[in-house]
Design a binder for this molecule. Sequence first.
Ligand SMILES: [Zn+2]
Length: 389
Amino acid sequence: MRRPRKSLLLFVFAIGSLSLAQELDQARRIQAGVLGIDGHNDTAQRVLIEHVDLAQRLPDGMLDLPRLREGGVHAPFFALWVPTYYHGSEAVRRTLDLRDAMQGVFDRYPDQIELATSARDIERIVGEKKIAAILTIEGGHQIDNDLAVLRMYRRMGILSMTLTHFRYNDWADSSTSPPMHNGLTEFGKQVVREMNAIGMIVDVSHVSDKTFYDAIAVSTKPVIASHSSCRTLSDIPRNMTDDMLRALAKNGGVVGVNFGAAFLNIDDAEELKRAVASSTAEVNLTGPALDAYAAKEQIEGGSIHPKVGHASVDDAAACVDHIIKVAGIDHVGIGSDFDGIGTVPKGLEDVSKMPNLTAALLKRGYTEADIQKIMGGNFLRVIREVVGQ
Ligand SMILES: [Zn+2]
């Protein structure tokens, strides 16, 4: 066979890159029009510990106000995450410190970001071209076994809570520590009922499989898995099995796809093991010494200067695709975990890169209406159902 002439090869290459550029343009246009909700980020840690100025485009990390706008993510869930080595009232104190740090951002930039405490709030704030901040708690240990603390968090504008973090607590088992309670204890079930009653979303990311099924059985409202991915594609305990995806769909809930490389590609799983080991370490400190330990962990954790893993933006699109095939188009969302993951996928290095995912979904044949649901419509529906207007 004769070799193709060089000019022909150049022509084919030019057509290919032209369509790629057009695809990305189309993705940017669609992304600019969606109401983008991201179910999880850990940027509040940076605000509290490093005092970063979110109004600036930061040279490191994965998320700030300029990059949220660029990525078309208008309503991010900011996690008030407290490591499980904070026990009892120390965990409550740390939660208040994080809540206060985020309040500082809202007070400093009222023209750019505002706390959203309902679905209607989200729509209004985004309509005013501002970022609608949704606050969430990451770990049931943060209520110190006290429903009054839970109720007061809700009154402080916190809209959801993951029942555990990496380690079991006094009333729920986690996916990354040995089972202690066979799922939820009686008090754990009471926590779920109380969250239903006060309009707070139950988040089942991080919990053990048995805790997941117990929570689904008890909850009368849709639950979310704010930042988990597909166990079929990356077999780690933090991800959802197909059976769990089907159960979540039946409950009316949503799973937000986690962008951590480990969550998307098993070749990156080492990162998660390291994160679990450091976060569940027992630390015998209190007060400022404990906070200094947490600050050191944050700086050394890797999310400020992330590595790029084996995973790519197409692995994230494959996980979205898989959830839709198993659970349906109404039960998938985005839960990036930006600023909480040490290894990122190629093409999704920070929140400004979201149009790359939209382009990958377009390539898989999804329509603009599908992409609106994936990028935020589904999460907004659950917020409206659980929290109210
Ligand atoms: Zn998490």
